[in-house]
Design a protein around this ligand. Structure first.
Ligand code: PGA
Length: 263
């Protein structure tokens, strides 16, 4: 067994006795994103040296954009290869075509996959085009593919103002797995700018479950901006509750919250 690089996020710079998870406050989201990219790159390189693959769980939204930009930069300028990387995205709107501008497949292509040397077949995003009748089978297979790939090494998360991780909205049980969900009205309002109004915003999504996320060997949740401060505080300091699915991360023994000053 090869030695893995140490986790390179600094431990709990701004810790206080109310926090139930390790949390680091960075001066800016750019610096935080570079630190997370550094940890991912170190794992990719260690696995390359051992001729093994890395399985990354990826997120969409505004939060991970600087992380992906930094990974693309490392690919271009530092020769970081993604040839040994397999990815599974958290979620996708439903229904939506992969080519749609607001689809998460499109987001991943534009922000990351189109600019790196990842094998296209190694990138997985839930399918927003399936007939309802095949969704259950698809969701089961998504879970099986994660298992077959060896399980998720690092899961990247944002957090919604509902406290959701992936699209696990309030009420999602701890045991939930990949499935179709109904989006919370606050989530749809937050997304409505992208879709040109709430009436055009999808009502459903396919998402990894809470349990799927908790099974990742390492989880990094990132949050930027003052509008995330209150929900981050609840997730980190509050009780573990399905009403704030990010609070379930308190039960993970290798999780790290990375926030900027404002959050
Ligand atoms: P954001 O969304 O990154 O666009 O803020 C995060 C989320 O809803 O999980």
């Amino acid at each position: 067994m090869s030695r893995e690089p140490p986790m390179n996020l600094p431990p709990t710079a701004a810790s206080n006795r109310f926090e139930h998870v390790p949390l680091t406050v960075f001066p800016s989201s750019a610096e935080a994103s570079r630190a997370v990219a550094g940890e991912i790159a170190a794992l990719i390189r260690a696995r390359q040296a051992a001729k093994r693959t890395v399985v990354l769980g990826l997120a969409t939204g505004s939060t991970p954009q600087q992380l992906y930009a930094e990974l693309v930069r490392m690919h271009r300028e530092e020769g970081l290869s993604f040839a040994n990387v397999v990815t599974f995205n958290l979620d996708e709107y439903f229904p939506i075509q992969p080519s749609a501008l607001r689809s998460y497949r499109h987001f991943m292509q534009v922000n990351l996959f189109d600019h790196i040397d990842i094998v296209p077949a190694n990138t997985h995003v839930p399918d927003g085009t399936l007939p309802i009748s095949s969704l259950d089978a698809f969701c089961r297979e998504y879970e099986e593919k994660i298992q077959a790939a060896g399980g998720i090494d690092i899961q990247i998360l944002g957090i919604g103002r509902t406290g959701h991780i992936g699209f696990n909205e309030p009420g999602s049980p701890r045991r939930s797995r990949t499935r179709m969900v109904t989006l919370d009205s606050l989530t749809r309002r937050d997304a409505s700018g992208d879709f040109g109004g709430e009436e055009n915003t999808p009502r459903h999504a396919v998402t990894m479950g809470v349990r799927t996320i908790l099974e990742a060997r390492r989880v990094i949740l990132m949050a930027w901006g003052q509008h995330k401060a209150e929900i981050v505080r609840e997730a980190v300091e509050g009780p573990v509750t399905p009403q704030i699915t990010a609070s379930f991360l308190q039960e993970h023994d290798n999780v790290h919250f990375v926030v900027d000053m404002a959050a």
